[in-house]
Ligand binder design. Structure first.
Ligand SMILES: NC(=O)c1ccc[n+]([C@@H]2O[C@H](COP(=O)([O-])OP(=O)(O)OC[C@H]3O[C@@H](n4cnc5c(N)ncnc54)[C@H](O)[C@@H]3O)[C@@H](O)[C@H]2O)c1
Length: 334
């Protein structure tokens, strides 16, 4: 198959590129190499394996048109290109809007006008569920947890687009849903939880697991916000890649399908629990500077993944212990 991956030099894009090339697909990747540490390393790695790469800024429709106009028909688009930082979306909401919402709109427009049979898989986020402040929590020594919603937040939970990032990613979802409905396009939405793993060049603002792991591994001081009992589910990258592949290759017409793709209730960790685990795995002592909890930080967030498990015949295979060991080993290789 001929597959287009937007944001191909980012963490998720790179890993899906490598997986699909290995499976024998032809992969075209586009990226603007927007301020991403690691994009040069990821470019070198994926080019060696056969990626066809083109610079393209999805904020600009003409860039997309000129990049794709003479290419052969694309079977699937995986749309990962994004401004991914919650914090940057607050300091620069226009940029966030232009990349995430206008960029998604531009791609949908290209598909509508020039490639209406192409399947389109949109990477969304658990941020569209807001901060879940109406859900009762229970506290234990190392974590908070949902009091009753033990399977996690399901796809039909009311959305609450907290932060410009939540708005722009959620706005992208709304356009996807409507383009699917009005123009009969084949579109699916995958709401990712926290993802971690190899080829992830994380920062304080994006990729908390890889960031904390790396700071403890290298004995560096880092900032930690609040009590540390915040809980998230985490999914190892190979499991995410498999889920994306299954969504894209699903025989069903994709329209209006929405899946939570995340670690789910059996792969949750609090910040304190992660720190303890990494201290144990590295033998190092965490050096954290504790600051106040950030505004709009959720206390507990994990997703109900039953729908993806049932309909895609998929489940997370890599436990967090195994995944963290793989991450550490990749980070150690530099
Ligand atoms: N990694 C996670 O934990 C996570 C969680 C939830 C959702 N997501 C979503 O998954 C997708 C991939 O995330 P990631 O972790 O790989 O992020 P990433 O930042 O590593 O990759 C995003 C890529 O998009 C590119 N990009 C940014 N602006 C662009 C533009 N205007 N034109 C073209 N390319 C541009 C960047 O250069 C980068 O290579 C994003 O849509 C993100 O919102 C990721």
């Amino acid at each position: 198959m001929k597959i287009l991956i937007t944001g191909c030099l980012g963490f998720v894009g790179t890993n899906l590129v490598l997986h699909l090339l290995k499976k024998g697909h032809t992969v075209l990747g586009i990226d603007s190499r927007f301020k991403r540490e690691g994009s040069s390393q990821n470019l070198e790695l994926t080019l060696k394996k056969g990626l066809e790469y083109q610079y393209c800024d999805i904020r600009n429709y003409n860039d997309i048109f000129n990049t794709l106009k003479n290419k052969e028909r694309i079977d699937i688009v995986y749309h990962f290109a994004s401004q991914v930082s919650f914090k940057n979306s607050i300091s620069n909401p226009r940029l966030d809007f232009e990349v995430n919402l206008l960029g998604t709109f531009n791609l949908l427009e290209y598909i509508r006008q020039h490639s209406p049979n192409t399947k389109f898989v949109y990477a969304s986020t658990n941020q569209v569920y807001g901060n879940l402040e109406k859900i009762d929590l229970v506290e234990s020594e190392t974590r908070f947890d949902f009091k009753t919603m033990k399977k996690g937040v399901p796809e039909n939970y009311p959305l609450d687009y907290l932060s410009p990032y939540g708005c722009s990613k959620g706005g992208g979802e709304i356009y996807c849903i409507d383009y699917s409905r009005v123009y009969d396009l084949k579109i699916a939405i995958a709401r990712f939880g926290g993802i971690y793993g190899v080829n992830q060049y994380s920062s304080e603002d994006h990729g908390w697991v890889a960031y904390i792991t790396n700071m403890i591994r290298t004995n560096q001081q880092y900032r930690r916000f609040g009590h540390g009992k915040q809980v998230r589910d985490i999914l190892y990258i190979s499991d995410l890649v498999t889920a994306c592949e299954k969504i894209g290759e699903s025989k069903e017409k994709l329209n209006l399908t929405i899946y939570n793709v995340a670690g789910g209730p059996t792969n949750t960790l609090s910040v304190l629990e992660l720190i303890k685990l990494i201290e144990h795995l590295t033998g190092n002592k965490s050096k954290d500077e504790v600051l106040e909890m950030r505004k709009a930080d959720k206390v507990v967030m994990y997703l109900d993944i039953e729908k993806a498990k049932k309909e895609l015949n998929w489940h997370p295979k890599v436990s967090y212990i195994e995944g963290l060991k793989k991450l550490l080993s990749w980070q150690e290789k530099g």
